[in-house]
Design a protein around this ligand. Sequence first.
Ligand SMILES: Cc1cn([C@H]2C[C@H](O)[C@@H](COP(=O)(O)OP(=O)(O)O[C@H]3O[C@@H](C)C(=O)[C@@H](O)[C@H]3O)O2)c(=O)[nH]c1=O
Length: 179
Amino acid sequence: MSNFRIESCGEIDGLYCIWPQVFGDQRGCFFEVYQYEKFKEAGLDMIFVQDNQSISTRGVLRGLHYQKKHPQGKLVRVQKGRVFDVAVDLRNDSRTYGKWYGTILDDVQKNMLYIPEGFAHGFLVLSETAEFSYKCTDYYHPEDEAGFMWNDEKIGIKWPIEEGMELIISDKDKNYNSF
Ligand SMILES: Cc1cn([C@H]2C[C@H](O)[C@@H](COP(=O)(O)OP(=O)(O)O[C@H]3O[C@@H](C)C(=O)[C@@H](O)[C@H]3O)O2)c(=O)[nH]c1=O
């Protein structure tokens, strides 16, 4: 029987850091990524309707994204590589409105972050390549997509940009407004 360690993180309601139990043997390892009942016991009672995967090279920064009318909760993880992952609380009624939380996700810890609906999300790739995958509680609605600048001064995210790292950012993400 495998288990998950699920902890509230960043003192932000609804945001969870998750570590799966990893079973290693002479073949390699095995771990569960998601299990409805176990997540529910920890207060994470949601249904995922879409699974996404992106592959990026070092210095790629994706974000900060959210959907307005169709907010998506996201269970995010790194299958291969290492990223700095960020969630920004955009819930008007939240005591942590405008606060950000960032953490390293990698294929060594195999850790995950559950970002509830009402957050903007983004990440910076720190390894040579990163395969990033996430489950979403709502579908992609391109017409409903929104975002703001990754380096918005009001939010003040401390991205761990390493010396000599060249940022690779999509035109869409370069042209977002400030928060
Ligand atoms: C997100 C998404 C994109 N696409 C398409 C649209 C576009 O042609 C191509 C690339 O899309 P984007 O540039 O928006 O991909 P990307 O910048 O990776 O967008 C993602 O960023 C991270 C930070 C998130 O949190 C995600 O929710 C999502 O917004 O993939 C889909 O078909 N379905 C999807 O769910």
